[in-house]
Write a protein that binds this ligand. Structure first.
Ligand code: CA
Length: 363
């Protein structure tokens, strides 16, 4: 009896859905052709090519939507210069841009928190804050005045501090050191007397080799080895205090976003979340392989920065962030949310990931 009744109910539900489904079927035939620019050159591993990259994201969205949302991907310089994505998406010249939100700190300092904060959250932590700790909502709040929405679509995991021609024994060794390092970390290093140089990826190796600079950071073992940085400097300082888990950003024009049916919006969101995880997984494997080669075959000396140096860098970072938060109420709101989340996450890590590294791995 129950069985029969359930069958009847199911049949009824299917019939109702079919009736309601008529407009949805008409809807399903609407297709969208979008353009996505990138801050990175055509073919760049991780950013443009490979699992979880911009082209992979576009491919997944097209596959999941059955071709209803097609996204043509352009590398830096193909349609617009590398760092003009924010303005291009804002103007609606393109619907999407694939980059990192810390490129937009000139528009709003708060953008830094959605990408990489020095001494900030790791991959687990930043995902926790963005997906489950209010970070995503704040990201949209910060971008609303610009007519933009954004979401995480990739992550390099922890980067490396970088390549130095000479060993670093104390913070005094930074005085007068010419180093390639962009953004907020550059401002922090400058306080130690570093002569900060801004160079695009392709110019780092020749500058380091010729001695135009004494030190450089880029990404991590795989990407750094590809540039040949290990051939120009042998001291590789590990765990990047400055980029503890760098988030790739999918930036979207809000007016275009609002025109997408809900199911296509969900496809974009889910494809981005997939690429966030898949790209980081790719980084773990490729970095592990590259690091082994650098240590075994390339004569690289790898070590963390001395504690005294890290302490100074951390103090200056705290100062710089506090000054930025004091200047702008929205930055203050984002800063407070990020730091409150981090405080809880760090305490929990002290019971979970901390002992995993210190005790379990060491056993
Ligand atoms: Ca970097």
């Amino acid at each position: 009896m129950m069985q029969k009744r359930r069958r009847l109910l199911t049949g009824g539900a299917v019939a109702a859905a079919a009736g309601l489904g008529l407009p949805a079927v008409a809807h399903a035939q609407q297709t969208f052709s979008w353009k996505m620019t990138s801050a990175y050159g055509k073919g760049s591993p991780f950013y443009m090519e490979g699992p979880g990259s911009a082209t992979d994201l576009a491919r997944r969205i097209e596959a999941m939507s059955g071709g209803r949302l097609k996204i043509q991907v352009f590398g830096a310089g193909e349609l617009i210069p590398a760092l003009e994505g924010f303005d291009a998406v804002r103007a609606g010249t393109v619907e999407m841009n694939h980059a990192n939100s810390y490129f937009w700190t000139g528009k709003t300092f708060a953008a830094q928190y959605f990408c990489a904060v020095p001494f900030g959250l790791n991959f687990q932590g930043i995902n926790g804050w963005l997906y489950d700790g209010g970070g995503q909502q704040l990201w949209n709040e910060v971008y609303a005045p610009f007519g933009l929405v954004a979401m995480p679509c990739g992550n390099t995991g922890v980067q490396m501090t970088g390549w130095f021609k000479k060993e670093i024994r104390s913070s005094a060794d930074f005085k007068g050191l010419k180093m390639r390092i962009p953004g907020l970390a550059g401002r922090v290093y400058a306080s130690l007397g570093v002569d900060v140089k801004l160079l695009p990826g392709g110019e780092i190796f020749p500058a380091l080799e010729r001695g135009v600079i004494d030190a450089a950071e880029f990404v991590g073992p795989f990407q750094d080895r590809k540039l040949g940085l290990h051939k120009a400097a042998k001291f590789y300082y590990t765990t990047g205090w400055h980029e503890t888990a760098t988030v790739s950003e999918l930036l979207i024009n809000k007016a275009a976003w609002d025109k997408l049916p809900k199911d296509l919006q969900a496809i974009v969101e889910n494809a981005s979340a997939a690429c966030n995880v898949i790209s980081e997984a790719w980084c773990q494997r490729t970095n592990a392989e590259a690091m082994e080669d650098l240590m075994k075959n390339q004569g690289v000396i790898a070590r963390p920065l001395p504690e005294e140096v890290l302490k100074k860098l951390r103090e200056t970072t705290n100062q710089v962030l506090a000054e930025a938060a004091a200047k702008d109420p929205l930055t203050r709101k984002v800063h407070d949310s990020y730091m409150a989340y981090k405080k809880k996450f760090d305490a929990w890590s002290g019971y979970s990931e901390g002992p995993y590294h210190d005790k379990i791995l060491a056993a």
